[in-house]
Design a protein around this ligand. Sequence first.
Ligand code: CTP
Ligand code: MG
Length: 226
Amino acid sequence: MYNSRQVVAIILAGGKGQRFSKDIPKQFYDLNGYPIIYYSLNAFNSNHFVDEIVVVSSREYLEATRDICNPFHKVSNVVIGGETRSISSMNGVMSIRNSNSYVLIHDSARPFLTSELIERLLSNVEETGAVIPVIRSVDTLVKVEKNGYVANTLDRNSIFRVQTPQCFKYEVIFEAYRRYLNKFIDFPDDSYLVIKEGISKVKTIEGDTRNIKITTPEDLHTYKAS
Ligand code: CTP
Ligand code: MG
């Protein structure tokens, strides 16, 4: 509970991880003795504000996902995802029964989230109903034209990289997905939909540079125990 609202975490694990490997989805790969998804389950399960965890899985890996969720008593539901991240996320949101909730939506491919980040999100969500963690780019950012030449250099002070978890009041994210229901375009993340549909402003807070998304095998090698 937080501010008298229930806290529900949705962990998205319905993807195929095609940029990572062609055999099994990346969330099931071993990272120092546990599958990658285990770390997000553990982070939410051990945070005392989080009441419930909903896991979104593909149909094919439903049993494997259920097995990994077994030790985590806060997992209330494993729901089936869809072809795109957006549909998986929508299915997770639509499965929530208690409208008096804060909803945290997280990529299972980000195993390094911390309790500090979860709590920083919760303590900032009340103001707009939507808050996302962002980090500055340490590299200079340029816009490149199709021909490979630089069009212009972007202002690094106003461009940020977006992470998950993203945190919403239930009514904000529910309304975003209710309007999305029949559209079925894929979009980059959950906050995008909230902005596009004009539902609320999205507040940013400082993310965590360690909270990377595992996308390719190189991302994982960096973090394996030596
Ligand atoms: N995801 C999901 N359902 C989908 C697609 C993605 O639940 N249909 C989840 C993934 O499991 C992942 C998160 O969304 O934890 C972020 O997506 P991404 O990193 O793109 O993972 P994949 O789509 O699995 O990887 P790829 O794009 O390389 O195939
Ligand atoms: Mg993907």
